[in-house]
Design a protein around this ligand. Structure first.
Ligand code: SF4
Length: 150
């Protein structure tokens, strides 16, 4: 099961390049980033993110063209199933996931259009700092540099 915090769902334009993105905060984070900005996301809290919940979110947020899972939770099979649902039910909406891990399985690159990897390390900075350890991939290609040109 994947859980999210409905009240934190937001439309963002900077997380994913050139997309209007619906960002959903996923709980049960398995990461352990030093300087974690949202420690509560490690807890088993929130509501289940179901296919119906995703359909309602996308129907209620007209114009969204990317759905971002902010975190991968603790149930990879459910995460992949939900991303697959978006692909089939909402073909014009791309999918993105932020994993706090340095490396993810190839299945992530096959399933999601955008994959962001790497724990947040305060001293190295976020994705828009050239010193960052984090990486953003689009269809498996590293596009991190795009964030440094803004
Ligand atoms: S990925 Fe890292 S920064 Fe994000 S919630 Fe998990 S531990 Fe915190």
């Amino acid at each position: 099961m994947i859980k999210y915090i409905p009240s934190l769902t937001d439309t963002v334009i900077e997380e994913i390049p050139d997309r209007v993105t619906l960002a959903v905060e996923i709980t049960n984070c398995r990461g352990n980033c030093p300087g974690c900005h949202s420690p509560f996301l490690r807890d088993d809290i929130g509501e289940e993110l179901t296919e119906n919940a995703i359909d309602k979110l996308l129907a209620d947020n007209f114009g969204i063209n990317c759905f971002l899972f902010l975190g991968e939770g603790s149930d990879s099979a459910a995460l992949m199933r939900l991303a697959g649902h978006i692909k089939s039910r909402w073909p014009r909406v791309e999918t993105a996931v932020y994993s706090g891990r340095d490396k993810v399985d190839d299945s992530f690159f096959r399933t999601f259009d955008f994959v962001k990897t790497g724990p947040y390390i305060e001293s190295l900075g976020p994705l828009n700092k050239p010193t960052t350890n984090q990486r953003m991939y689009y269809h498996g290609q590293d596009i991190t540099e795009l964030f440094w040109k803004r």
